[in-house]
Design a protein around this ligand. Structure first.
Ligand code: HEC
Length: 404
């Protein structure tokens, strides 16, 4: 019953999370696009409207949106002024609830990889929560410090720190959890940017305006810097959040360098999209960046591992095969869970969809893997795909399933 409730809740949280993030990211992309395409009022140009910064016309919904960006006049604050914050807050709140209902509720165990360390589930939860706070404090301090004037240097430092944290998590977390943890840390700092900087600064200049003071553009500029950080993180975070569907990447030996390539490449793609009105070759460059990134990732996938399987038991190697062959995508507790939980499956009694029961002995496990459609577990569909495995891999998987 408990796990059923957790299952239903994770459906609700996941859907809300996806929906809210689409709305948030959509806004971030549209607002940045408007900002970049705004036709600015040139210095020295004759202008009758003193507060006008720029304007833009957009065709949509059968009419033209004539948009103006302007300095607000304390005497003429629009009666209806829209603020954008709830998409971000809803994304974060639902994301945290999802994190709890998928990983934390199971005592943190789904975060771990027993072949890497003997950390306990509670330790893993502590590391995960701690990382969210540490990353935010480091990132925020860097961009509060004078270093923010050297944006490329500050960005590079943040990248190195993030990769350092990923390397640390890779000492004890499984690949999927390493990627997600990085996504959660960055996603949380994006919402913290909205809460602690963007909305806070907007409140401050609005309060000043209401008090009759002029529009403080400096506060707006600070907010915009954070807003641009968020904008450049949208593509990488989206990819990371979907990474459980890319088992070949999250199970790779070099999963952290691969993550680094993905983050940099997607930020570059976003940058090229942003400069497309002033840089003709942007699309060709997008292809070059994507191809280069794919080439580098391919190289990292075939690069020999530093951690060999020597010293691991057959069952432990089977645990790795379970992830690399995509089994975990469906069978890992708390994932989208298209397949049954395989914990303690060996020698248990399984009820099939025709009501019959079978003993899950080795022969049954082998058959379930080789011919998934032969017997269907009650409550599940025929979604398990046939997987091509070497006979060694199959033996390793069986050894692993026996110890679960
Ligand atoms: C696309 C999702 C999916 C993937 C990928 C997948 N499975 Fe399954 N698996 C299922 C579903 C659904 C069932 C239940 C229906 C059935 O019995 O075929 C199942 C059933 C099983 C069973 C029997 C479970 C029981 O409770 O009796 C075993 C064992 C199993 N899978 C192992 C694996 C292994 C090993 C892999 C990787 C090589 C794998 N599965 C990949 C979806 C998946």
């Amino acid at each position: 019953m408990e796990s059923e409730v957790a299952g239903w809740l994770s459906v609700v949280f996941r859907f809300v999370h996806v929906l809210a993030s689409i709305m948030w990211i959509g806004n971030s992309i549209l607002f940045t696009w408007m900002e970049l395409n705004l036709i600015p009022v040139r210095e020295g140009q004759e202008r009758s409207d003193k507060g006008l910064l720029g304007s833009l016309d957009m065709l949509h919904g059968g009419g033209v949106f004539h948009l103006q960006k302007r300095i607000m006049d304390p005497g003429a604050i629009p009666a209806t002024l829209h603020w954008f914050k709830w998409q971000s807050y809803t994304t974060w709140i639902s994301g945290m609830l999802l994190l709890m209902s998928v990983f934390y509720i199971h005592g943190g165990a789904p975060l771990l990889d027993s072949t890497k360390s003997s950390l306990t589930g509670m330790g893993a939860i502590g590391l995960s929560v701690g990382g969210i706070l540490v990353w935010w404090l480091l990132y925020d301090s860097i961009w509060r410090s004078p270093m923010k004037k050297e944006a490329p240097l500050a960005a590079f430092l943040c990248f190195v720190l993030l990769m350092g944290l990923a390397v640390m998590y890779n000492q004890c977390f499984n690949g999927r959890a390493v990627y997600l943890q990085v996504g959660v840390m960055v996603g949380s700092s994006m919402t913290a940017n909205v809460f602690f900087h963007i909305i806070k600064n907007q409140r401050r200049f609005m309060a000043a305006l209401v008090a009759g003071q002029p529009h403080d553009l400096e506060l707006g500029k600070q907010a915009k810097m954070r807003s641009m950080h968020n904008h450049y993180m949208t593509f990488p975070v989206l990819f990371i959040m979907l990474s459980a569907h890319f088992p070949q990447l999250i199970s790779a030996d070099w999963l952290v360098p691969i993550l680094g390539v993905i983050v940099v490449a997607l930020m570059l793609v976003k940058y090229l999209m942003n400069v497309r009105s002033v840089f003709k070759g942007w699309l060709v460059m997008v292809f070059v960046v994507v191809l280069l990134a794919c080439g580098m990732i391919k190289g990292l996938l075939v690069l020999p591992s530093t951690t060999s399987d020597v010293g691991l038991t057959e069952a432990q190697i089977g645990g790795k095969v379970f992830v690399s062959q995509g089994c975990a995508v469906c069978h890992q507790v708390g994932s989208a869970q298209l397949g049954p939980d395989l914990a303690k499956i060996f020698n248990s009694t399984v009820t099939l969809n025709n009501g019959a029961t079978v003993l899950a002995d080795e022969a049954y496990l082998r058959e379930s893997i080789d011919r998934p459609q032969a017997k269907i577990v009650q409550g599940y569909g025929t979604t398990m795909p046939p997987v091509s495995l070497s006979s060694l891999q199959r033996d390793q998987l069986i050894a692993y399933l026996k110890t679960r």
